[in-house]
Unconditional design. Structure first.
Length: 87
């Protein structure tokens, strides 16, 4: 495939020097260098895994079941308010 690239001057000079040292055509050196760069890329990142951390026990007198009910009620109210705004 034929294409036009704009190379940094320093990079072009380095590629030309490599071509001269190896006796290979400039085009071949560019292709080999690009291929090597693509093959040496870091492997795909591993999936993120969350490490759970204990937050300790709830303070005395704190009812987590009640807190969840309050959170559900607040969420329901927010959804109803959003639906009312759409009317």
């Amino acid at each position: 495939m034929r294409t036009t690239l704009t190379l940094d001057d320093a990079l072009a000079l380095e590629l030309k020097q490599l071509a001269a040292q190896t006796g290979k055509p400039f085009k071949q050196v560019v292709n080999e260098t690009l291929r090597a760069g693509l093959q040496s890329r870091a492997p795909a990142a591993r999936p993120y895994r969350l490490k759970p951390a204990s937050l300790g026990r709830p303070a005395p007198g704190v009812d987590l079941v009640h807190a969840l009910r309050v959170a559900e009620t607040l969420e329901d109210q927010a959804i109803l308010a959003e639906l009312e705004q759409r009317k």
